[in-house]
Ligand binder design. Structure first.
Ligand code: CMC
Length: 432
């Protein structure tokens, strides 16, 4: 960090304060505004945290203009091509790529934690059968803290690590069980002889009376989706996890808060919303009307899977998934299904439309992941669950980093109060 400063002058009082500027290793520098409230009594105002860095982080770097995404310095394109999801988990958690021995050990540890407590399985029956699997995820992941008391001391690094391993390992089991429960099929136990992604697919699609034939195309596509969703720096759900755990809350409760945040259609819920949107129209002829609705200021409708707060030229994850999407559709011979024709036409028209070009709105990762998951035969209500499973390692890495940061304190934003001034209570019989 450098020693540059910026001076802020209050033109009303004439007082001034010098604020330090910090330079990171990449990306925009930041101004430390803390002395401003102490010396000038002024807070910053930034709804939606559009201009605010909430922490220092060494995990993930995004350059929205250039379309760069790095995990611990490694370009996501290289990881997508050469790595596996579990190797990316190791990288995000520990900061370096593992040696062969470390990877082997990590794989065994994770697979060794893949089962969930039998008592937790009974927990599912309290939910309605038609519950959305994301609703079940929020509840069951939060309930892990009632089952794994032995690793809840957040001040103990070993406890933190065990909780991290448990969350990564158990998430596919919890996710698959939430689906099985919703369709009334028996839960499948994990099979530790399979890899992480294969094991999840088997728990989703096999039944005790019939095993599931695991297609390499589907395994590779899901692995890719998992790698590309593993972390994305201080987005809404990661910030939720940090804020929730800044009070000292246990990791399971904090990750459950993150799942709730991810569920929203502007965030992880977008992959499901993309397909729901495509299913509202019957043919490519109706695409222009959909685009017109997205452009209409009086209509709240937005084109799902388009736009991003940070990526303003392209989403590098979308570039990779677009290519994979065409391969998967081709290999699974689903490219001529009407839904995919509609998606292609929507992408084509939007990319040529002045409204979208001016606002730098491009298809994002969720546009293509939604289409791939649909082609793979994954039920719609499981799309965001899969995003949750992939992002768990990102949330945990952010959580661990926060707890090791000497500057970490409970998160407590301030506000610009615009309500009533102090007034006296009026008894009911004297109110008009
Ligand atoms: N369709 C139509 N117009 C849009 C869209 C869209 N999808 N996205 C943004 N705009 C317009 C918006 O109306 C505004 O127009 P104007 O300047 O005329 O008022 C302008 O573009 C800027 O939008 P914004 O709301 O200020 O942008 P934001 O950074 O606050 O929102 C976003 C980013 C991702 C929430 C938004 O683009 C959106 O709602 N997209 C659809 C949902 C979606 O696909 N979400 C997944 C994001 S990627 C995965 C993840 O992060 O979880």
């Amino acid at each position: 960090m450098g020693k540059d400063t910026v001076t802020v002058i209050n033109n009303i009082t004439g007082e001034s304060v010098e604020l330090p500027i910090y330079h990171g290793s990449h990306g925009p520098s930041v101004v430390d505004v803390r002395p401003m409230s102490k010396k000038l009594g002024l807070f910053t105002y930034d709804p939606g945290f559009v201009s605010t860095a909430s922490c220092q982080s060494a995990i993930t770097y995004i350059d929205g203009e250039k379309g760069i995404l790095l995990y611990r310095g490694y370009p996501v394109e290289q990881l997508a091509e050469k790595s596996s999801y579990l190797e990316v988990c190791y990288l995000l958690l520990y900061g370096e790529l593992p040696s062969a021995g470390a990877m082997d050990e990590f794989q065994q540890i994770i697979m060794g934690h893949s089962m969930i407590h039998e008592g937790l399985r009974h927990f599912y029956s309290g939910f309605r059968r038609d519950a959305h699997p994301m609703a079940i995820m929020v509840g069951v992941v939060g309930a892990l803290s009632a089952f794994y008391h032995d690793s809840l001391d957040i001040d103990n690094p070993r406890h933190r690590e065990i909780s991290a391993h448990r969350l990564i390992a158990k998430m596919p089991t919890i996710a698959a069980d939430s689906f099985k429960y919703s369709i009334g099929q028996p839960f499948m136990y994990p099979d530790n002889s399979l890899n992480y992604v294969e094991n999840f697919l088997r728990m989703m699609f096999a039944v005790p009376s019939r095993d599931f034939e695991i297609s390499p195309t589907i395994v590779r596509a899901l692995e890719l989706i998992m790698i590309l969703h593993a972390d994305h720096e201080q987005n809404a759900s990661a910030s939720t996890v940090r804020l929730a755990s800044s009070s000292g809350a246990n990791p399971f409760a904090s990750i459950s808060a993150g799942i709730g945040s991810l569920w929203g259609p502007a965030h992880g819920g977008a992959n499901e919303a993309v397909i729901r949107m495509l299913e509202t129209i019957d043919s490519v002829k109706e695409v222009p009307a959909l685009i017109a609705r997205a452009k209409d200021r009086d209509d709240k409708f937005r084109l799902m899977g388009f736009g991003h707060r940070i990526y303003k030229n392209f989403d590098p994850r979308a570039v990779i998934l677009r290519k994979a999407c065409h391969q998967v559709l081709n290999e699974l011979e689903s490219e001529h299904l009407p839904l995919f024709d509609i998606a292609n036409e929507l992408e084509r028209i939007a990319l040529e439309d002045e409204y979208f070009i001016e606002r730098k709105l491009y298809p994002n990762v969720d546009f293509y992941s939604g289409i791939i998951l649909k082609a793979m035969g994954v039920p719609l209500n499981m799309f965001t669950v899969i995003f949750t499973m992939a992002r768990t390692v990102g949330w945990i890495s952010q959580w661990m980093e926060m707890l090791e940061d000497p500057e970490y304190r409970i998160g407590r934003p301030r506000q610009l109060y615009v309500g009533k001034m102090q007034r006296d209570y009026v008894p009911m019989d004297r109110r008009i």
